[in-house]
Design a protein around this ligand. Sequence first.
Ligand code: UT7
Length: 316
Amino acid sequence: MEGLQLIAVGGAEPSRVVTNDDLSKLVDTSDEWITTRTGIRQRYFCAEGEDTATLAVQAARQALERSGLQLAQIGCCVCATVSGVYAAPSTACLVQRELGLAQDIPVLDVNAACSGFIYGAAVARGLLAARPGDARRYALVIGSEQLSRMMDMTDRSTCVLFGDGAGAAVLELTPDAEFAVDLGARGDMAIEFPTGGPIRMDGRAVFRFAVDALPRTLHAVLNAAHRTLDEVDWVVCHQANSRIIDHCIKKLGADPAKFYKNMDRHGNTSAASIPVALYELQESGRLQPGMRIACIGFGGGLIWGGMLITVKGSAV
Ligand code: UT7
């Protein structure tokens, strides 16, 4: 089966910055506790007029601009989210309407929580592959969340962890792409995102799951790609907690410099966290043509997913 390659990424930051000190005025917590336990220093919350769809539109528009492609070249649009304002129209349909994407292409949301971007890419690949005669070989895959509207701001065990944001990628389906995915799930209530909230989580249980799922999924996706970690340029993990990533680095004896981290500025943005990290790498000139990136998601479901993708030629 043909694989995906990364053409360009976009991102959207909500306008309200919320620091740990801000939260310590709402609940019994401290900057010291949050920073030491999670690595998070601040997060962004949506302000009036901003939501999952407006962030998704902004990120998608930017990804398209960076790609240099025309709207008419997009063959499907997938948005990964657990915080869409509507079950229908999907957030992806709202993006389609705002951007003016074609009407004869598949457009849908994917719910795989913090692994949503990886699942979204896998779904997009399948959708493009199912239309072999269609010249539109590019997918728009978005991760967008407004978790702030699903949080109990009196529950210190969750409200310090999550943030809002969006990232979007233009991906191309091509026969020459070096691409691999590994997906899995185990139904479990350790994290709950009830419709409308509030988010509930057994933090210790999820931590135990995450420190197992992250290295295991990285290993599986490298195996599927017939690559070693040394041959990968970046590992972009879901940004839930700095200690989870450090645990993985230690377990694998890996080079910490390969593992991108930005939870200090964004907190945990669920499906948005991986594409936001890719966007920051691109914007800071650290994505070069031909680079191999391993993206690893884990979280609510419980669900995990890994993807090895390469950066295309000269577009980024
Ligand atoms: O995106 C989905 C993936 N999610 C994750 O990967 C999250 C995984 N879990 C975690 O990252 C960690 O479990 C947390 C950061 C959520 C919690 O860290 P922890 O080291 O597991 O803390 P804990 O839940 O064991 O709580 C330790 C103490 C408790 O007090 P006692 O019982 O020892 O007196 C908590 O009540 O810390 C207390 N605590 C807090 N204290 C200050 C819990 N939340 C806070 C807080 N500020 N915000």
